[in-house]
Design a protein around this ligand. Structure first.
Ligand SMILES: Cc1ncc(COP(=O)(O)O)c(C=O)c1O
Length: 329
């Protein structure tokens, strides 16, 4: 089978820093991978995916971008930022009604010139939001526009390539620090970050580059949108295919811990509030309540159960989420 063309457009400032986070309560060592500092439109994990998603869009001759998310979607804001950088008009399908005053991610998305389509739908009505995206995309096609339509979270195999390469970046930075990562922990929701990291792990495993492979642990923060482990395995395998790899991930490679989500997506948890305080006081890391604080509460919770081991090196990928700190809805 011919190798598909993969085009990358530079949108992120890479590599992002790997900061020494000091000791965790168990004695394990924390390292913070600052993907909140990817640079595009105030940063976050989506910049890595968008480098490939937008490369693909340009290859397809797209003249505009369409995507979808919750009211305070970081993915929508960063797609708007990519649209601004590339001169592509961007349409964002978002949950909720139009607020009287735009805040947080929506304020930034509007500054980046995106058109916001408020659907009135609930944050967690992922399937209706996706149907709305499909309808809007069709309307744009009918009007003779050439939109590239990107699913929730940009979690396609093309987007996940960004995190297969991030895996290599993390391992190289650990080597520079003379440490070996035992675990890589991050927030997972639509699964593209997770699938990409698993693809990166499989590539390292088959190449025998690493004597010791880190555990890849996703902390789930959304019920309805999170792909189950089976589909993250499939997405990782599709990503490996795009990268021209013949090796494959298995379900054993995919670990999602759902115990730190609380009752559902965006519902506050005490553990996340506490984790955000811990991170702010330890390293002035700013974690948001919806994503990164829940992910970090998972890391602290696993550490409290001594899951990593007291001499482990644990990397937390800070996936961003800063703008929603400044939003009241
Ligand atoms: C700040 C932040 N962290 C983590 C994630 C989860 O990434 P993924 O959708 O690739 O699972 C998102 C997704 O929107 C996010 O905005």
């Amino acid at each position: 089978m011919a190798q598909p063309k993969i085009t990358r457009i530079t949108l992120a400032t890479l590599p992002t820093p790997l900061e020494d986070g000091g000791k965790l309560p168990s004695g394990a060592h924390l390292w913070v991978k600052r993907d909140d500092l990817t640079g595009l439109g105030v940063g976050g994990n989506k910049a890595r995916k968008l480098e490939f998603l937008c490369g693909h869009a340009i290859d397809n001759g797209a003249k505009s971008l369409v995507t979808v998310g919750a009211a305070q979607s970081n993915h929508c804001r960063m797609t708007a930022a990519a649209g601004a950088r590339l001169g592509l008009p961007t349409h964002l399908v978002v949950s909720g009604e139009k607020p009287s005053r735009l805040e947080g991610n929506q304020l930034l998305a509007a500054m980046f010139g995106a058109t916001l389509h408020h659907t009135g739908l609930a944050d967690t009505d992922w399937s209706s939001l996706e149907s709305f995206r499909a309808q809007l995309t069709q309307q744009l096609v009918d009007h003779g526009e050439k939109p590239q339509s990107i699913p929730i979270g940009g979690s396609t195999a093309v987007g996940a390539i960004g995190y297969a390469l991030a895996f290599d970046e993390i391992i190289a930075q650990c080597a520079k620090q003379n440490i070996v990562a035992d675990a890589i922990v991050f927030t997972t929701s639509s699964g593209g970050t997770h699938a990409g990291l698993v693809a990166g792990l499989v590539r390292a495993r088959v190449s025998d580059r690493l004597k010791h492979l880190p555990k890849i642990i996703g902390i789930g923060v959304a019920k309805g949108v999170a792909l189950n482990s089976r589909s993250i395995t499939d997405l990782a395998n599709e990503t490996l295919m795009l990268l021209g790899e013949t090796s494959r991930a298995t379900d054993k490679d995919v670990v999602i811990d759902p115990n730190y989500m609380g009752s559902d997506y965006a519902v506050a948890t005490q553990a996340a509030t506490d984790a955000a305080k811990w991170a702010a006081l330890r390293g002035a890391w700013v974690l948001d309540a919806v994503y990164s604080a829940k992910g970090f509460s998972g890391l602290l919770g696993l550490d409290a159960k001594n899951e990593f081991g007291s001499d482990a090196n644990v990397v937390f990928i800070h996936t961003g989420g800063l703008p929603s700190i400044f939003a009241s809805h």
